[in-house]
Ligand binder design. Structure first.
Ligand SMILES: Cc1cc2nc3c(=O)[nH]c(=O)nc-3n(C[C@H](O)[C@H](O)[C@H](O)COP(=O)(O)O)c2cc1C
Length: 334
């Protein structure tokens, strides 16, 4: 009898047929706390930040923490990275025990200390090796395996991504996310979604378009222009996680969703602070929420002053008092 196909293949297929808006993996951002907040705002499919396979296999505490999934992380994938196919396959087997929704291989990180050593986007320098590596990982786990990559390493005039997408599909990869920049571009320049469209045209597995989706309108435009199965949102979610409900409102409901109210913005600040302190304690939990607060407070009256006060406050109680005082002042003014 042939081995049973893992049920998550079917689940992935069904979810990816519904034009998903996926939370991008982001180091030091898409942890258990932030994934939950995004889920509550509609971003139910997400990924852990990338996890180094050597750290994972050596038992490094930090790497093991990153693959820890909560009960409500049902639609969360674990992303791994490394430069050695066998170690990637071994780490994939290990990560699969955490029962993620699927496993993703990072073939897109441009950072020189990672790509320069052949991991992340370094794989794009040798598409043959990348395809064999993907094949090896796929054959080592029963879960779906996806790949997140870029359009090329740079500065190719003809990007390898189209041929690569076809070959990754042949290798058994279940879906591909394309960050539509080259590795050499890092995060600069504009993402060219037309490459996602070209890759999508040659495969039957879902292709997810990524890069510069900053609003619901962008999400719709990216889908309309590329015909891709879904979009992935990174940086905009850090400052505006409401993008998930706004994008779904437009993509599925066909209408614009009202932006968050001031009260919602303050409530999210408080919720995120509390959850991070519960997870990490003080003052680290407060400090690592700061990168989000600035965006959450965007557009509020006196936002600059509010940010300044919060940036100087390391205690949870102090931050909550600052936010409550703003609410009181705003109610009094109304
Ligand atoms: C702070 C930060 C951390 C990131 N970490 C990862 C990562 O761990 N794995 C990965 O595949 N991409 C990572 N990325 C890239 C994003 O997933 C995404 O591909 C990129 O930001 C482009 O999408 P955007 O324009 O929506 O931000 C990171 C990006 C940022 C800004």
């Amino acid at each position: 009898m042939p081995p049973a196909v893992h049920p998550n293949f079917q689940k992935l297929k069904e979810l990816y047929a519904q034009t998903p808006v996926i939370l991008a993996p982001m180091e030091d951002v898409t942890d258990v706390v932030f994934r939950r907040l995004c889920r509550e705002l509609g971003g139910d499919i997400g990924m852990t930040e990338f996890v180094n396979v050597e750290g994972l296999l050596r038992g490094c505490k930090n790497a093991r923490r990153k693959i820890r999934l909560a009960d409500d992380d049902q639609l969360t994938a674990i992303q791994i990275y490394g430069s050695d196919p066998e170690r990637l396959a071994e780490a994939a087997r290990f990560a699969a025990e955490a029962e993620p929704f699927f496993l993703d291989i990072n073939c897109g990180c441009w950072v020189p200390k990672i790509a320069g050593r052949g991991a992340g986007a370094g794989w794009l320098r040798n598409p043959d090796a990348m395809v064999s590596m993907a094949k090896m990982v796929v054959s080592n786990v029963s879960l779906p395996v996806t790949v997140k990559t870029r359009i090329g390493y740079g500065p190719e005039s003809d990007m390898p991504i189209v041929d690569l997408a076809r070959r990754l599909e042949d290798a058994g990869v279940a879906a591909i996310t394309i960050h539509c920049r080259t590795a050499q571009m890092g995060h600069s320049g504009a993402a060219d979604w037309s490459w996602a469209q070209k890759a999508r045209e040659v495969v039957s597995i879902p292709v997810i378009v990524n890069g510069d989706v900053k609003s619901a309108a962008d999400a719709k435009r990216a889908i309309d222009e590329t015909g891709c199965a879904g979009v992935m949102v990174g940086r905009r979610a850090i400052e505006h996680p409401w993008i998930f409900r706004e994008a779904y409102g437009l993509l599925r409901g066909g209408s614009s969703v009202a932006p968050p109210t001031a009260e919602e913005r303050i409530a999210l600040c408080k919720r995120h602070l509390r959850a991070n302190v519960e997870e990490r304690g003080e003052p680290y939990g407060v400090r690592c929420t700061r990168r989000h607060l600035s965006g959450y407070l965007s557009g509020l009256h006196g936002a600059a002053m509010l940010r300044q006060k919060l940036n100087l406050e390391d205690s949870l109680e102090g931050c909550l008092a600052i936010l409550d005082a703003w609410l009181e002042r705003s109610a009094a003014a109304a």
